[in-house]
Design a protein around this ligand. Structure first.
Ligand code: ATP
Ligand code: MG
Length: 352
C-alpha cells in the first residue's frame, strides 16, 4: 500500500478545529481508496511564538523537507503582529520549498448562495494563480525619521524575469487544461517599472500559446469585472499582492471564505507543497466550534490530487457537494446551525 507522509501544522484559532476535520475526511478517503496517510503534527503557531519567541524551531524547514505534503491550518493570534506569522513561518516555507504558485480555485458549491444573485455555478468557476515568492511582499525598505514631521516609509517590490515567467507559464498550462482563457492582472499605469515588465513577459509567454485566449487587465477593472461579469474569467494570474486581493474577492463572490481552499505549490515537485484554507485564524469565532471546515477539507482534496490520488480527491469534492446540497449539517456562515465537527463528520460519512 502506498503511504504518503504528511506534516500537519494546525496553527492557531480555527486552524486547529478545521484541520482536525480535514484529517478526519482525508483518513476516511485514504481508507476507501486504498492508500495510507502517515501524519506528523507540529505545534508551530503564534501561540508557540508567545511561549518561546519563535513560530517554529530553527531546524523547522529541514524537518518539513522530509514530507510528501504539508497541511497547514492558519496562523494568527490577537496581539501577535501579522508580520511575525508571515515572516516566521509562511514566507520561509514558501521560499525554501520554491512554492512559487499559490493556486486558489473557486466555484459555487451546491446549496450555497452567491452574493451575485442569479449566477450559475458555470459562470462562477475560476482559479486565481497568485505569484507566491517575490513581488510586493518583500522585506526591502524601511521606516525613517520616526517622530519627525518628515517621517516616511519605503517598501520596495522585486520582480525577476525567472519569477514572473514561471508563474505566467503555469497559468497558461493550467488554462490549456481548463477553458483555454487566461487574464493577467497588473497596474501598469500606476506602477511604472514592475508592471510593464510583467506585461512584457506575459506577452512573450502568450506568443508561445497561440491556442489560448489571453488578456491583460488593470487590477482595478478586473476587480469590477469579477463582480459584474465573472463568466468572462477563468484562469486569472497576478502578482503576490494582486493575487492575494483578487482571491479573497473571488472567494467572496462564490459564497465566502469558509469554502475557499488554496495550495502553495512547487510545480516541479522536488519539494513538498503546502495546502491551506484561504481564510485566517478568525479570532472572532475561535473556540466556538462553529468554523466552517469545508475550505480546509477542500485544501486537503487539492493535496490528494497533488500526491497523485486524483480519484480520492474527486471523491472528497463530491462528498462536500453532497453534504452542502443537503444543507442539514451546514455551519452558521452558510445559514445553518451545524458545528465544525458535525459538518466534518457528515462529509466523512458521505464519502464513497
Ligand atoms: P488572520 O489574522 O489569521 O488572517 P483574520 O482576522 O484576517 O485572521 P479571517 O480568518 O481571514 O480573519 O476571517 C475573516 C472573517 O471571515 C472573520 O469574521 C471570520 O469569522 C470569517 N471566517 C473566516 N473563515 C471562516 C470559516 N472557516 N468559517 C466561518 N467563518 C469564517
Ligand atoms: Mg486575514
Amino acid at each position: 500500500m502506498k503511504i504518503h507522509r504528511i506534516a500537519s501544522i494546525p496553527g492557531d484559532g480555527i486552524g486547529v478545529d478545521v484541520t482536525a476535520e480535514a484529517r478526519k475526511v482525508l483518513d476516511r478517503a485514504a481508507e476507501r481508496h486504498g492508500f495510507g496517510l502517515e501524519w506528523t503534527e507540529f505545534d508551530w503557531s503564534c501561540e508557540r511564538y508567545t511561549r518561546t519567541g519563535s513560530m517554529m524551531p530553527p531546524d523547522g524547514i529541514e524537518r518539513l523537507s522530509a514530507f510528501d505534503g504539508i497541511l497547514l491550518g492558519a496562523v494568527g493570534f490577537p496581539g501577535v503582529p501579522d508580520h511575525v506569522s508571515l515572516w516566521g513561518l509562511l514566507i520561509p516555507v514558501r521560499r525554501a520549498f520554491a512554492q512559487y504558485v499559490n493556486l486558489r480555485p473557486v466555484r459555487l458549491l451546491p446549496g450555497v448562495e452567491s452574493p451575485l444573485a442569479g449566477r450559475t455555478a458555470e459562470e462562477l468557476e475560476m482559479v486565481i494563480v497568485r505569484e507566491n515568492s517575490e513581488g510586493e511582499y518583500s522585506a526591502i525598505g524601511g521606516r525613517h525619521n520616526a517622530g519627525q514631521p518628515g517621517e516616511f516609509a519605503i517598501q520596495e517590490s522585486v520582480f525577476t524575469r525567472v519569477g514572473v515567467e514561471r508563474v505566467v507559464r503555469f497559468a497558461f498550462e493550467l488554462a490549456g487544461e481548463r477553458s483555454g482563457r487566461v487574464c493577467s492582472a497588473t497596474k501598469s499605469n500606476g506602477l511604472i517599472h514592475s508592471m510593464p515588465f510583467w506585461d512584457e513577459i506575459f506577452a512573450e509567454v502568450a506568443a508561445g500559446y497561440p491556442d489560448i485566449y489571453s488578456e491583460q487587465c488593470h487590477v482595478d477593472a478586473l476587480a469590477a469585472r469579477m463582480v459584474q461579469h465573472p463568466e468572462r474569467l477563468d484562469v486569472v494570474v497576478g502578482s503576490n499582492l494582486f493575487g492575494d486581493v483578487l482571491s479573497d474577492l473571488a472567494a467572496a463572490v462564490t459564497g465566502g471564505l469558509g469554502l475557499a481552499p488554496s495550495g502553495n505549490v512547487n510545480p516541479p515537485g522536488d519539494h513538498p507543497s503546502m495546502f491551506e484554507a484561504v481564510h485566517g485564524s478568525a479570532p472572532d469565532i475561535a473556540g466556538k466550534g462553529i468554523a466552517n471546515p469545508v475550505a480546509q477539507v477542500l485544501a486537503g482534496a487539492m493535496m490528494l490530487e497533488h500526491l497523485g490520488e486524483a480519484e480520492a480527491a474527486r471523491a472528497v469534492d463530491r462528498a462536500v457537494s453532497d453534504v452542502l446540497a443537503e444543507r442539514s449539517a451546514v455551519t452558521p456562515d452558510l445559514g445553518g446551525s451545524g458545528t465544525t465537527a458535525a459538518l466534518g463528520s457528515a462529509i466523512a460519512a458521505a464519502l464513497r
